[in-house]
Every structure is written in C-alpha cells, then in structure tokens.
Design a protein around this ligand. Structure first.
Ligand code: HEM
Length: 128
C-alpha cells in the first residue's frame, strides 16, 4: 500500500498527458498538419495510453477492486475502449475534417465521463 499514492498520482498524470496530447493531435488532424506524421507524435500516444492502463491495472490489484464488483470500474474500462476507438477516428480513420472534429469532441466527452466515474466511484459519473 506504501506506493498507492505514487501510483495513483502517476495514473492521474498519464490521464492528463493523454487528453492534452490527444487534443493537440486532433487539432493537427482536423487542420491536416504534417506534424501528425512525425515519428515521436505517432509513438508517444501508445506509450502514454499503455502507462495509463498499466497503472490503472496496478491500482486495481493493490486495492483488490475488480470490475465485476465495482460497476464504476467496468464503466471506466468500457469508457477507455470507446475513448481509444473514437480517438482513432479523430486522428486517422475519419474521412473528412468535420467527421474527425466530431469524433474528437465525442472522445473528449467520454474522457470527462471517465474522470467523473473515477472520482464519484459511480457509473453515472458526474450525475451521481
Ligand atoms: C481515460 C482513462 C482513465 C482516466 C481519465 C482515469 C482517471 C482517474 C482518476 C482521475 C483517478 C483518481 C480518482 C480519485 O480522485 O480518487 C483514478 C483512479 C483510479 N483508476 Fe483510473 N482512469 C482511467 C483509466 C483507468 C483504467 C483503464 C483503470 C483500470 C484498469 C483504472 C483504474 C483506477 C483505479 C483502481 C483507481 C483508484 C480509485 C481509488 O483510489 O479509489 N483507471 N483514475
């Protein structure tokens, strides 16, 4: 338990890095900027999102919180899948700039939902 606060703060830091970097890349994607093709810009999100998930799993194990016992945790995991799927549409797969912008906005809303579910410990997120 002694590393709990460190891991929790690292998890939250990776969450912050993930959304800030996502918004920057989504902006570049909508503007069709060549920055998006840079090697480090393509690799960094994989490292950040793997860190976010890995630290989340570490917290789950340390606290013995499991998704089938805690619906807010299951909601977070589903939310993460949705955030990543919408993210790939916003950055890569969306055909038009407008379509990519809509996917980016939805991804940010899902992210805000996930933070609410984490803080309130409830699948209704901020509404709980
Ligand atoms: C975009 C994805 C995610 C975001 C934005 C996020 C955000 C957060 C935040 C802000 C907290 C601190 C809540 C508090 O104030 O107590 C937290 C805690 C936590 N997160 Fe995440 N998280 C994400 C993904 C995940 C995933 C995928 C898992 C599980 C595999 C996970 C497991 C946990 C656990 C177990 C805690 C500790 C809760 C507690 O101390 O009571 N998170 N998360």
């Amino acid at each position: 338990m002694e590393h709990y606060f460190l891991i929790k703060h690292l998890h939250m830091t990776f969450a912050g890095l993930s959304i800030v970097f996502f918004i920057v890349r989504a902006w570049w994607s909508v503007r069709e900027s060549p920055h998006l093709q840079r090697r480090w810009v393509r690799i960094a999100p994989h490292i950040i999102d793997t860190g976010l998930l890995g630290l989340g799993i570490a917290l789950m194990i340390m606290l013995s919180f499991w998704p089938h016992q805690h619906p807010w945790l299951a909601a977070k995991l589903l939310g993460l899948v949705l955030y990543i799927l919408l993210g790939t549409i916003a950055i890569k797969r969306g055909r038009s700039p407008a379509g990519r912008a809509v996917a980016a906005i939805l991804a940010v809303l899902v992210f805000v939902y996930i933070i609410g579910a984490a803080i309130r410990h409830h699948p209704l997120s901020w509404l709980a």
